[in-house]
Design a protein around this ligand. Sequence first.
Ligand code: FAD
Length: 396
Amino acid sequence: MQNKYDIAVVGAGPIGGNIAYRIAEKNYKVAIFEQKKQIGKPLNCAGLVTPRVFDFLDFSENLVVQNRIKGANIHSPSGYTLTVGGDKVHAFVIDRIKFDQEIIKNSRKNGAEIFLGNKILSAQKHEQHIELLTSEKTEFSCKLLIGADGPYSKMRDVFSLPRPTEFLRGIGAEVTGTSLNPDFVEIFVGNNTAPGFFTWIIPMNEKGTKARIGLCTTQDSSYSPKHYFSNFLKNKHTSQYLENIKITKYIGGVVPLGALKTTYSSNMMLVGDAAAQVKPTSGGGIYTGLLCAKYCSSVAVEALQENNFSFRFLKKYHRLWSADIGVELNRGMKFRKIFKILSDKQLDKYILKFQNPKIREIITKYGDIDHPSKLVKPLLKKVPSLLRLIPSIIKE
Ligand SMILES: Cc1cc2nc3c(=O)[nH]c(=O)nc-3n(C[C@H](O)[C@H](O)[C@H](O)COP(=O)(O)OP(=O)(O)OC[C@H]3O[C@@H](n4cnc5c(N)ncnc54)[C@H](O)[C@@H]3O)c2cc1C
């Protein structure tokens, strides 16, 4: 066997790229395999992240940040609006293609080798190593395999790991010709707008003249995502934001929800979207994936140091990420369960109720896109009457 590596990472998305960067930094031999010929393309992301994402990366946010977001206007089905935030920068809009490219550039600098246009077709486990076959008919071997191959992970299936609970279908576009408040994202909820999720308008520049727009729907929605997207463009509440726009690029993709109960096997770990390490309330997977990548790479380095790639040893990775973000992701799935059954009438009612300045103040103070459950306790403490409003939460 010619091509021997300590670590093989399948998938050169931000999560695989960051893991390769961290392990190659410790002078191990790392290969990254990517089925696409170009990093980051085509775009399948809205590119909204919290500033803490850059705590995991060693390049300046200024390289990729296109706009800074201070708050959100959340619109109910009948057109009531709840404004939250506005006090400080809560999120960045990033050039996601450049973001992925910077991550890979840095992993290369650390010595990781990248094989573009190489889809991993099979992974076969032997006693001491894993053999990989690529679409270029080249054979590779590694001591430890890291599956960072996205929502429909093949590595997950090859190693018989569980599947995510749910897949959302996303559709969107980059547009020009908007005249938005550049500090705020616009969010629309409603069963005719985006059943089981929401639509978004995210200003992409400081003038508010460019935006990423889009939505996700559940797999069992009555109509296709395309249907909801074309309604979104002409809906009476949303169209005022989208008059005279020109679509410059389409966006699509899948969001896996319901983090896996097992994310490792002997000689392999699964991370990022492949492990559904995604926030169920927003569909964001960059922060959570990078957080789990940190644990995945530190356990990989320990495994290499001790030459121990057993199922028992790699369990540490699962324990570490679960202890950090596992509870938050599970709570997110519970909120989602409640959110999915709310009627348009209830959505109107709650958004109206939340317009109360006392409640908005709490949301602005404690609201955190990465840790939404932090909001629940202070909200209920300050406004106990909310318990009466949300009987399904009480049950949960
Ligand atoms: C419409 C939409 C909007 C989103 N908006 C946001 C947002 O605003 N903020 C946010 O945080 N997240 C967002 N996300 C989620 C975010 O894009 C993902 O969580 C993130 O890309 C996960 O990174 P990853 O590296 O795990 O997987 P991916 O980025 O999917 O990368 C996996 C890579 O593996 C490659 N691959 C797959 N199989 C193989 C194989 N067999 N061999 C070789 N290569 C393979 C793929 O080509 C791909 O490049 C959005 C997702 C969608 C669909």
